[in-house]
Design a protein around this ligand. Structure first.
Ligand SMILES: C[S@@+](CC[C@H](N)C(=O)[O-])C[C@H]1O[C@@H](n2cnc3c(N)ncnc32)[C@H](O)[C@@H]1O
Length: 180
């Protein structure tokens, strides 16, 4: 499928509560890798579950960015009131604040974007560290995913590695990390 519009995501999220449980293991791995960052920015945060569930100590500043108002509505109804959820288009908008995040995360979102490399590069340029995950060798067609792109370790290194050395790869979810 080609890259989808905001209307597509609003329609999906508008159908009702989003199933986040399948991401819990993935988010737990982010917390484990993240350590104790002061400023975290989650790109394509969806319904905000990862930032909401972040255990103590919580980062001092947390931002969740997504272009779907429906997703953000669910995110803002979560117990966490220390997270700033903002409507933001990863492709079209300029980075929305001058604060430099210690950590940028982008979980199960790059596979939805035509120019995943550009987005990864942009995150590296505004932060000290980036943790991403993409579906591992996913052959199941999903209407939100870009056609013909199947990530594995080799592809991640080939695709994102030439500009930024990838430090860590955890293969089950294909989570990977860059450190500046
Ligand atoms: C599979 S969801 C991942 C949600 C979240 N990261 C999580 O862990 O639950 C992909 C998200 O990417 C967002 N997205 C897709 N294209 C976007 C864009 N151009 N700008 C901002 N968000 C976008 C969608 O709205 C959706 O919430």
């Amino acid at each position: 499928m080609p890259e989808q519009t905001v209307e597509y995501y609003d329609e999906i999220y508008g159908r009702g509560p989003y199933d986040e449980v399948r991401y819990h293991r993935l988010w737990d791995l982010v917390y484990e890798w993240a350590g104790d960052p002061n400023v975290v920015c989650d790109f394509g945060c969806g319904t905000g579950g990862m930032l909401d569930r972040w255990t103590e100590p919580r980062p001092m500043n947390m931002y969740g960015l997504d272009f779907s108002q429906e997703a953000l509505k669910q995110a803002r109804s979560k117990p966490c009131d220390d997270v700033n959820f903002m409507k933001w288009d990863i492709i079209k908008d300029r980075f929305p604040f001058s604060l430099r995040p210690c950590l940028c995360t982008c979980i199960e979102t790059l596979e939805h974007l035509d120019d995943d490399v550009l987005v990864f590069d942009a995150m590296c340029s505004v932060s000290d560290r980036v943790i991403c995950s993409v579906p591992y060798r996913d052959r199941i067609p999903s209407p939100g995913h870009i056609d013909d792109r199947m990530y594995d370790e080799e592809m991640v290194i080939k695709r994102f590695g030439p500009m930024h050395r990838i430090e860590n790869i955890f293969d089950n979810f294909l989570m990977f990390e860059w450190r500046g």
